[in-house]
Write a protein that binds this ligand. Structure first.
Ligand SMILES: Cc1ncc(COP(=O)(O)O)c(C=O)c1O
Length: 392
C-alpha cells in the first residue's frame, strides 16, 4: 500500500540534504545521511489537498480555521492523551523560531537557560544568539541513558538566575523516549525552583513500540501552567519545507504574550499550504505513519546488524524513537575530520556529533531513506575506513 523503498530522487529540487554537494563543492555522488528529513514521499492525501488548494489560485493571507485547529486537538488527544482547547494552540512557522521567541519572552538578558547535552544544537545556539547564558546539565550516557537530576538540583540551588529549561522529548540525538516517572521527577524539580519548561516534542510521533511517547502536558495537570509544549507534523510526515508548527500553552498569560510576540514578528503568519498539509496529515495520516515507523525500525535493525558485523567496535544502542542513530566511532580512533573525509573522499555524509556538545567520536546517522540508500551509504563508510587503514 505504501512504498518506502522507492528511491525518489530529490536532486534538482534545491533539497538542503541532497543538492548542496553539487552546488557548493561540485561533488556528484554523495549519499547524505545527516540532516533530519526523510527521503519518503508524504501521505498522498497531503499532496492531493495541497494541489486542490493550489488550483484555487488565490493565495492571500490565511488563518488557521477551525478544521485545522480541530485536527491538532484531535491528533494530540488520540496520539498523546493531551487534552487541549483550540485556544491553547498558537501556530508558528517553525519550532526553532518558537524557541527563539519563548526564550526572549521568558528571560531577561541577565537570566539563564538550562539544556541537557548532547542535544539538538539550536537548544543552546538560540539562547546564545539572544545573548543569554546557557547552563549545561549533561545527560548520563554510561549504561542506560538518564538525566543527571542530582546535578540539576545543585545547579538550580546555586543559581536562581536559571529561569528556563529547554527539553527534548523524545530526544534528538540519543533517541530516548522519556518515561512518565522520569518526566515527573524532572517537573517536580522545576516546580520547586520555579522554572518554565520549553518541551520540544517535534519527534513525538516517532516512538517505537513497546515504548510510548509521554507528552509533558499529559504528565500531571498541576505542572501544566509552567509548560510551553512545541509540536509539529513536519518530522512525522516529512513536511519540513512547509514550515508549520505549533505551541501548546495552557497558561493564559504566557499564551497571550507569546501570541502577541508571534504576531508582531510574523512568526504566526503561516504559509497557506502548511495549514492544508497539517490538516490532511492529521486527519488521514495514521496508516501511513504506522507503515513509516515500520520502515524506520527495519532500517535501524539493519544498521545494528551491519555495525555489529562490520564495525563491531562502534557503540550503538537501538533508539526508542526518531529515525536518528547515535553511533560512537571513537574506538576506531578516527581523526577529527572524519566527517569531512567521508564526505569528500568516501561519498557519504554523516552528522558530526560534536555539534551536539559532549559527543566526541559520535556521529548521527539518519536512516529515513530506502534501505538500499542506507546500505550503499554505510558500505561507503566501511570502505573508506578500510582504505584509510582505520580497520585492523
Ligand atoms: C528537536 C528538534 N526541534 C526542532 C527541529 C526543527 O524544527 P523546525 O524545522 O520546525 O524549526 C528539529 C529538526 O531536526 C529537531 O530535531
Amino acid at each position: 500500500m505504501f512504498n518506502f523503498q522507492e528511491a525518489n530522487s530529490r536532486l534538482g529540487t534545491n533539497s538542503t540534504k541532497w543538492d548542496r554537494y553539487q552546488k557548493r563543492w561540485q561533488l556528484d555522488d554523495v549519499i547524505p545521511l545527516w540532516v533530519a528529513d526523510m527521503d519518503f514521499q508524504c501521505p498522498e492525501e497531503v499532496t492531493e489537498r495541497i494541489i486542490q488548494r493550489a488550483r484555487h489560485g488565490i493565495f492571500g493571507y490565511t488563518d488557521a480555521g477551525s478544521e485545522c485547529l480541530e485536527a491538532v486537538v484531535d491528533w494530540e488527544k488520540r496520539h498523546h492523551q493531551v487534552t487541549l482547547r483550540q485556544e491553547d494552540i498558537v501556530f508558528t512557522t517553525g519550532v526553532v523560531y518558537a524557541l527563539y521567541t519563548a526564550v526572549e519572552m521568558l528571560t531577561r538578558p541577565d537570566e539563564k537557560v538550562l539544556v541537557q547535552p548532547p542535544v539538538y544544537p539550536p537548544f543552546f545556539n538560540t539562547p546564545l544568539s539572544l545573548n543569554r547564558t546557557v547552563v549545561y546539565n549533561p545527560l548520563l550516557l554510561d549504561g542506560q541513558p538518564r538525566m543527571n537530576l542530582e546535578e540539576l538540583v545543585q545547579l538550580l540551588k546555586e543559581d536562581p538566575s536559571i529561569r528556563v529549561m529547554i527539553f527534548c522529548n523524545p530526544h534528538n540525538p540519543i533517541g530516548k523516549s522519556w518515561t512518565k516517572e522520569e518526566l515527573t521527577a524532572l517537573l517536580e524539580i522545576l516546580e520547586r525552583y520555579d522554572l518554565t519548561l520549553l518541551s520540544d516534542e517535534i519527534h513525538a510521533d516517532l516512538v517505537f513500540p513497546p515504548h510510548q511517547h509521554v507528552s509533558m502536558l499529559a504528565v500531571d495537570e498541576r505542572f501544566n501552567q509552567r509548560i510551553i509544549q512545541l509540536g509539529a507534523p513536519t518530522k512525522t510526515f516529512n513536511l519540513a519545507g512547509l514550515k508549520i508548527s505549533y505551541a501548546l500553552i495552557p497558561n493564559e498569560a504566557l499564551r497571550t504574550e507569546f501570541a502577541r510576540r508571534a504576531k508582531a514578528s510574523g512568526l504566526s503568519s503561516i504559509n497557506i499550504f502548511g495549514y492544508e498539509a497539517l490538516t490532511a496529515a492529521y486527519q488521514h495520516g495514521d496508516a501511513w505513519l504506522e507503515a513509516c515507523l515500520q520502515a524506520i525500525q527495519d532500517n535501524l535493525h539493519w544498521l545494528k546488524d551491519f555495525l555489529d558485523r562490520e564495525l563491531p567496535l562502534c557503540r550503538f544502542d537501538l533508539p526508542e524513537s526518531t529515525y536518528l542513530a547515535w553511533v560512537d566511532f571513537s574506538a576506531y580512533h578516527v581523526p577529527d575530520n572524519f566527517q569531512e573525509i567521508l564526505k569528500f573522499e568516501g561519498g557519504v555524509e554523516l552528522q558530526d556529533g560534536r555539534g551536539f556538545k559532549n559527543s566526541n567520536g559520535y556521529h548521527r546517522i539518519n536512516v529515513a531513506c530506502p534501505q538500499a540508500t542506507l546500505k550503499k551509504g554505510m558500505q561507503r563508510v566501511v570502505d573508506t575506513m578500510r582504505k584509510k587503514g582505520w580497520l585492523k
